[in-house]
Design a protein around this ligand. Structure first.
Ligand code: SAH
Length: 395
């Protein structure tokens, strides 16, 4: 095996790595003994020459993403083993062990010991999304490992990193099929059917991370008038209809998303008369609703992609939630979410607190929600817990 470039950390900067945090920031580096190319495997040492880890090198604030700790190496069987372990976990804890669910996250980055790699599974199709150049350069190994998984039905692999990888002159990143031919598929989630378009859809095509929260919503829907804001493919709306809602309205600024939500309602409930979908801005829509709804879902896109826009993001959550709390019927239920990694649970809660106080409503927390079991979080990498949600009773 080719010898790897050695990177030496500054004194004291080895602590977080010893505590298994999977990233080394550029400021922690004392010396690079050689010239690694982006995406190369490098070895990390403390300043007393003890080997700490092996990982992918990249220019930028996160300089190294850890793949192996201590003396463990990243050899030929590494990909097969790690991706195999991720598949075993989904079979063990779900949802790959359920007959009524054919969609799940197969690899969740740091939570599966594979920083920079996301793989979502859509009933025979794997959509691979890379967030680091190292993962991009290991595409062939990742593909081979996926095709080698025992018991996983797989006819398609789609690579979708056009928007998630940093731009570099040396290579062009295209969203493309790397195995098979399908660009769309049909999946089942707790018995509900959804059509997924990984080519055009947001993220990898579907918001798998809201599965358990959609299921919880179903239990609250009976007899209620439901407003699903930022509805995308209508996930929450489908569960609300199944749960016996009186009426369900989906709102999304994207026309494509609105069409998709209609299509998904239609395929589950042909001739459904209680669902309507509107292509419009969420803030505008909320201005005009006047006490019409007693169950509102707020699942906006990430308002803060970076820490430096955190304050704006918190203002955004406050404004949105305040509007919803002012407009919801007394005794209504609000499902409210943030999927911004830069927004902590505490900060999110604070902005909801201010929204409630400004709206002048008495608000109680019924549930505290997060991401599901197929999105595991490394205890040493709390940043991986990005989805936060509250179910509120608004008196
Ligand atoms: N709840 C969805 C996922 C929501 S993703 C699910 O369970 O699948 C966020 C959605 O918000 C996207 O579909 C995007 O088109 C929409 N969106 C973004 N900005 C918006 C705005 N200002 N008003 C309405 N919708 C918006």
């Amino acid at each position: 095996m080719k010898e790897l470039v050695k990177i030496i950390l500054k004194s004291g900067k080895d602590q977080s790595l010893r505590r298994r945090h999977p990233w080394v920031f550029s400021g922690a580096i004392k010396k690079i003994l050689g010239q690694p190319a982006e995406g190369d495997l490098v070895e990390v040492y403390d300043n007393k020459d003890e080997k700490l880890a092996t990982g992918h090198y990249q220019e930028g604030s996160i300089a190294i993403r850890m793949l192996a700790l201590g003396e463990e190496t990243v050899g030929d069987d590494f990909w097969e083993k790690r991706i195999g372990a991720a598949w075993e976990l989904r079979k063990e804890v779900g949802p790959a062990n359920r007959k009524d669910t054919t969609v799940f996250r197969l690899v969740n980055g740091e939570g599966d010991g594979l920083p920079g790699l996301i793989i979502d599974y859509y009933n025979g199709a794997a959509v691979v999304q890379m967030h680091s150049i190292g993962m991009f350069r290991n595409m062939e190994q990742i593909k081979a490992a996926l095709l080698g998984l025992k018991g996983l039905k797989l006819d398609t692999i789609f690579h979708k990193s056009g928007n998630t990888l940093p731009k570099r002159d040396q290579f062009e990143v295209k969203d493309e099929l790397i195995y098979g031919e399908r660009e769309v598929g049909e999946v089942t989630e707790y018995g509900n059917n959804f059509s997924v378009n990984w080519l055009r859809g947001q993220k990898t095509g579907f918001f798998i991370d809201q599965r358990e929260n959609r299921k919880l919503l179903e239990q609250y829907s009976k007899g209620r008038s439901v407003l699903n804001m930022f509805s995308f493919s209508g996930g929450f709306s489908v569960y609300a209809v199944r749960g016996g809602a009186k009426l369900v309205h989906s709102v999304d600024s994207s026309k494509h998303a609105v069409d998709l939500s209609r299509q998904n309602i239609e395929s589950n409930f042909p001739d459904c008369k209680i669902h309507e979908a509107f292509a419009t801005d969420a803030f505008d829509y909320l201005q005009k609703i006047e006490n019409k709804y007693d169950l509102i879902i707020l699942d906006p896109p990430a308002f803060a992609k970076h820490r430096n826009v955190l304050n704006n993001a918190l203002q955004g959550y406050k404004r949105l939630n305040q509007k919803a709390m002012e407009q919801i019927k007394p005794g209504g239920i609000l499902f409210t979410f943030s999927c911004s990694q830069a927004v902590s649970k505490e900060n999110f809660r604070k902005s909801i607190f201010v929204a409630a106080a400004n709206a002048g409503r008495n608000v109680r927390v019924l549930h505290q929600l997060t991401q599901p079991v197929d999105h595991p979080v490394s205890l040493y990498h709390p940043e991986g817990e990005y989805l936060k949600g509250l179910v509120l009773k608004v008196d």
